[in-house]
Write a protein that binds this ligand. Structure first.
Ligand code: PMP
Length: 443
């Protein structure tokens, strides 16, 4: 370091002498000051350039030349949740080729893990390379063709998004809507199935924007009665509250890696029933997305009859390691134990909130999503100040509302390893403290 400094000073000095000599027509004092200023500028730029041995006009960004320390945080928002050391360590294993035998074995194990988590025997079960939205688009792009009719249940932002995605591919979109915090009854669903005769019915199992777990029983049978596929978004609920794909007649279901599964964001398990496969593999038109085309993906994941897996895209191998480990943890824990723990912890949390005088946004106790709790934004407070205070003082993330619940609620996620009474105690303490310290106007 000292040697480098001396070397740079000497080179600066020698440049200075040469430069002053070359400017011989100026008066000496003025010439010296001018030269020194110019040389210092040239020297600092050229030193930086020299350090990467490059003459490029865009220099390496200063910010990337320093390390970036990522803080430890307790992630109690609606996702992503904390990644346990075991899953993080799995993701840090050496990279393998995305079609190496070991990677294929890991992918096969992921398929079995998803079949267990979804409670399905569907052959076409895999993980999309991408976040929950990728699985959402995969489900919609493959199951619908332009001009076909889709019915979407809207009780929060995820139904709204699904409707927009379906509209973008030219599907005929009809909706059945209820207010934020509510859900749609089977009677209402049957009425609209009968009225619109859709080919797909979309429903969100765990509405993370409102904190509602939608009842599922009986809807699969209704859909099949009307010759319609039942498509379920369980991104925010899977693993934390009961759902059994085959038993409940669900034809397409997907989730995300970053919620109850506690893996980093970026892979999204999805599964298609035989009935769904009949439709998606016998289309008149190709799906709009090459990347999300299930004919390709089913082959890449070895879910078709072809003897070899062809290259489609480079799978996120490290993310597969992490997902495999998170599914292994779920298998070791047992689904029923996981559902039970999430329920008990959520109820413990809800009781604590009510004891503090806070109100839960979802009135119907049975419809409270155990993974994401919505709390009515405390009257007189700015919710942003509360979430900001808790982040700054306790290093805990909780969040405000989203879509139809924006400005109305605080949202707390207790998912996977984060679903514990110890975490509930921490967040209750942080909330009570925030209510004491944040500014309260007269209501
Ligand atoms: N559906 C639901 C119910 C969700 O909660 C989320 C994520 N909050 C998504 C879909 C989208 O997932 P991602 O952010 O991973 O794209």
């Amino acid at each position: 370091m000292i040697c480098l400094l001396i070397k740079q000073l000497l080179s600066l000095l020698s440049c200075t002498v040469q430069y002053i000599r070359s400017q011989s027509d100026w008066p000496t004092g003025e010439r010296f000051a001018h030269c020194l200023h110019e040389l210092l500028t040239i020297a600092s730029v050229s030193q930086c350039r020299d350090s990467i041995m490059s003459s490029l006009s865009v220099l390496p960004p200063e910010c990337l030349l320093q390390p970036f320390p990522v803080p430890q945080r307790l992630m109690l928002g609606p996702g992503p949740s904390n990644v346990p050391a075991r899953i993080a360590a799995a993701g840090a294993q050496p990279i393998l080729g995305h079609l190496h035998a070991e990677t294929i074995e890991i992918m096969n194990q992921i398929k079995s893990g998803i079949q267990y988590a979804f409670q399905t025997r569907n052959r076409v079960t895999l993980a999309v390379s991408g976040p929950g939205h990728a699985a959402m688009e995969c489900a919609i792009f493959n199951s619908l063709e332009p001009g076909e009719s889709v019915l979407i249940a809207i009780n929060g932002i995820w139904g709204e998004r699904a409707a927009e995605i379906a509209e973008r591919i030219g599907a005929k979109v009809n909706t059945v809507v209820t207010s934020a915090g509510g859900y749609i009854t089977n009677e209402e669903i049957e009425q609209v199935l009968d009225k619109y005769r859709p080919v797909v019915f979309f429903l969100t199992h765990g509405e993370s924007s409102t904190g509602v777990v939608h009842p599922i029983d009986g809807i699969g049978d209704l859909c099949h009665k009307y010759n319609c596929l039942f498509l379920v978004d369980s991104v925010a609920a899977l693993g934390g509250t009961p759902i059994c794909m085959d038993e409940q007649g669900i034809d397409i279901m997907y989730t995300g890696s970053q919620k109850v599964l506690n893996a980093p964001p970026g892979t999204a398990p999805i599964s298609f029933s035989e009935r769904a496969c009949q439709k998606i593999f016998n289309r008149r038109t190709k799906p709009i997305s090459y990347f999300l085309d299930m004919s390709w993906l089913a082959n890449y994941w070895g879910c078709d009859d072809k003897p070899v897996r062809a290259y489609h895209h480079t799978g996120p191998v490290s993310s597969f390691y992490g997902l495999r480990e998170s599914l292994a943890i779920l298998a070791e824990t047992g689904l029923e134990n996981s559902w039970k723990r999430h329920k008990e912890v959520a109820e413990y949390f809800h009781k604590g909130l009510e004891e503090m005088g806070l109100k839960l946004f979802v009135q119907d106790k049975k419809a409270r999503l155990p993974t994401v709790t919505t709390i009515v934004a405390p009257p007189g407070y700015d919710w942003r100040e509360i979430t900001g205070y808790i982040m700054k003082t306790y290093n805990i993330e909780i969040s405000g509302g989203l879509g139809p619940s924006a400005g109305m609620v605080l949202r707390v996620g207790l998912m996977g390893c984060n679903s514990s009474k110890a975490n509930v105690d921490k967040v209750l303490e942080a909330l009570a403290d925030a209510l004491k310290h944040c500014h309260k106007s007269r209501v």
